[in-house]
Design a protein around this ligand. Structure first.
Ligand SMILES: [Zn+2]
Length: 248
């Protein structure tokens, strides 16, 4: 990837944080290089990786200069959000109409909230993660554990997570500086990593259940996750792999 940094360092307004249901917005190009642009506001969330819960970026389409273009990648670099507009060469000052792919976002958000329902159940079972738990596209998620789980233990973890779906708990976003953090739910990483992410810490709370550092997208209530199922559970090279997914 190649782009030329511009002089306008304005940060992009991240509309999905404050208006998670918003699927379209008008925006202006504030920096551009090749197919990549920075917009003054966006409804597309980038690939998330700063809080150890990586998830895929959103996709969408963009109307500009009377043409419809696909936005196939969104990533964050030095605090700025870059959108790749396939085949376009937009200029600073261009006005665009941006549309989110809502189905892709919904599956990613459901899977990410499902992960937050699985993490407390895994921690209660003493299961340590050896790598970052990964949300994948299509409603899938992947967790690597240090030690194997028995089928009964895995079934109990899944049952707890789905009880969280059935409880239809509120999911909300918070921010806190690192020295003012309280009641953050421990995640069992191996080696230990008690509070991942930069300062201030973005937090996602499931009411009455857990609060994790997280910059991913989520559904607004756990009842929207759907049923969580295990697609695969097996011994891997360095531990035990669990692949789960959300279903309708
Ligand atoms: Zn998360």
């Amino acid at each position: 990837m190649k782009w030329t940094p511009g002089v306008d360092t304005a940060l992009t307004e991240r509309l999905w944080l404050t208006q998670p249901r918003k699927a379209t917005c008008l925006a202006k190009v504030v920096d551009a290089g090749g197919e990549w642009v920075v917009l003054d506001r966006t409804v597309l969330a980038p690939q998330s990786q700063s809080h150890r819960h990586p998830q895929p970026h959103d996709q969408g389409v963009l109307w500009a200069r009377g043409e419809k273009r696909r936005v196939d990648r969104v990533l964050e670099r030095d605090g700025r959000l870059w959108h790749r507009v396939v085949g376009a060469a937009l200029q600073v000052g261009d006005e665009v109409n941006l549309h989110l792919d809502p189905e892709r976002r919904a599956k990613t958000s459901r899977a990410h909230t499902a992960l937050h329902l699985l993490l407390p159940a895994l921690a209660a079972a003493g299961a340590h993660m050896t790598t970052d738990p990964i949300v994948r596209h299509g409603g899938n998620l992947r967790i690597e554990l240090a030690d194997p789980l028995t089928p009964a233990a895995l079934a109990a973890i899944l049952q707890k997570a789905n009880a969280g779906v059935a409880a239809n708990l509120q999911v909300s976003r918070e921010h806190a500086t690192r020295d003012a953090l309280h009641d953050v739910t421990p995640q069992l990483f191996h080696p230990p990593h008690p509070t991942p992410g930069p300062d201030p810490v973005e937090l996602v709370r499931i009411a009455g259940l857990c609060c994790y550092p997280c910059d991913g997208t989520h559904v607004e209530r756990t009842g929207l996750v759907g049923r969580i199922v295990v697609a695969e559970a097996k011994r891997g090279r360095d531990g035990f792999l669990v692949v789960a997914r959300v279903t309708a």
